[in-house]
Design a protein around this ligand. Structure first.
Ligand code: UD1
Length: 348
């Protein structure tokens, strides 16, 4: 069986790594991968490929950054050419980026069945590009692997219950595996933060609101700055040195991120993946978004949504969390890739 994955952004390298480990256990599976190159800085791409030991990338499209239509269109053109050469049995896409959308459309138009890993996530707001991507991809997928009960409910509501499978979140496989690879950092108490969503970075006023809120926290904030955020900070001539409580660092690889989360007093982020990883690692997180598709994380205030008034951030970070409401394996048991593979075999 020939499987072809399409990846291209930081969260997709992480999700794909778990799947590739499982695929390598099956001598009757040939997994090949297209990297669209949507992310291209070393610390957004190659560091993940190396450290996560991803070895099945056969094509790198080098698409890079552009407006959404242009970026997705260029990917579509190139992916279609490769699919015509490779003719895989299934195309696998992960999550909700422009690379996900391009991979799914190219395959569906060639009548190659699409497998969507992390299906059913919704924030019910089609103003958000990722919501457009994941909704369309789920609609044209042949097998949908959902990470949570909530995700399954969304798919059922959209009439997509057939060929939808609740398997858990594939990142739990990696988190289980790396338990012995992490070193908890020994240093003063700190919070770990990442911010990259367009609505949090594309206006000077909003970036300043976020930086001021981080600057006023009780502990130092280690802010691993996404290139989009860095570009905007530079565009607006914001002087990061003026924010004495914020230690700005380059984006981190997966293992370093997990180390920072584990060693921190809590996480502040607008990343879909990081808020869920903080939950799995049982760390308090404040998410700078209006809505989270990871609804389970909100139970017991382990995750807390804060969007309009960021002046409350310090108080919110000092909130109590309720251990009794923590669900330890709500996103899977660390065998998610195996469940997905079993299901692919059954449907091949
Ligand atoms: C993309 C995904 C988002 C995901 C995120 C993970 C879409 C629509 N969005 O957002 O769902 O959460 O990846 O990080 O697909 N840039 C660089 N170097 C890089 C990558 C990006 O400098 O290696 C800069 C460029 O200025 C670029 C901007 O970041 O224009 C945004 O990059 P893009 O890939 O469009 O979206 P992300 O914000 O990374």
């Amino acid at each position: 069986m020939k499987l072809l994955s399409v990846i291209g952004t930081r969260p997709q390298y992480i999700k794909h790594a778990s799947f590739a480990i499982e695929a390598a256990k099956h001598c009757n599976v040939n997994l090949i991968t297209i990297d669209t190159g949507q992310h291209y800085d070393a610390n957004m791409s190659s560091i993940f490929i190396e450290k996560l030991e991803i070895q099945d990338i056969k094509y790198n499209l080098g698409i890079g950054s552009a407006k959404h239509g242009e970026q997705t269109g260029k990917m579509l053109i190139e992916i279609e050419k490769i699919l015509l050469i490779e003719n895989p049995n299934f195309v696998i896409v992960y999550g909700d980026t422009n690379s996900t959308l391009a991979g799914a459309i190219a395959a569906a138009k060639l009548k190659i069945p699409v497998i969507h890993i992390e299906a059913g996530m919704r924030n019910h707001n089609l103003q958000v590009p990722e919501e457009i991507n994941r909704t369309l991809v789920d609609r044209i997928s042949s097998l949908r692997f959902a990470p949570s009960e909530d995700a399954v409910k969304n798919l059922v509501q959209e009439g997509l219950s057939t060929n939808t499978f609740l398997v858990g979140d594939i990142t739990t496989d990696l988190l289980k595996e790396i338990g012995n690879k992490t070193n908890v950092l020994i240093q003063d108490k700190f919070y770990f933060a990442t911010i990259h969503r367009p609505f949090n970075t594309d206006s000077k006023n909003r970036i300043l609101q976020i930086l001021n809120a981080l600057n006023n926290l009780e502990y130092t904030v280690i802010l691993a700055m996404h290139p989009r955020t860095k570009n905007e900070v530079n565009n607006w001539n914001i002087l990061l040195e003026e924010f004495k409580n914020i230690d700005v660092i380059e984006p981190l690889g997966f293992f370093d991120t997990i180390n920072h989360v584990l060693s921190s007093e809590g996480v502040i982020t607008d990343s879909g993946s990081l808020q869920k990883e903080a939950y799995i690692l049982k760390k308090k997180c404040t998410t700078i978004l209006e809505y989270t598709p990871w609804q389970e994380t909100l139970l017991g205030s382990w995750n807390y949504l804060l969007f309009q008034d960021l002046s409350n951030l310090n108080k919110v970070m000092n909130r109590e969390v309720d251990d009794n409401q923590y669900i330890s394996s709500c996103y899977g048991d660390g065998n998610v890739a195996r469940k997905i593979m079993d299901c692919i075999f059954l449907n091949a």
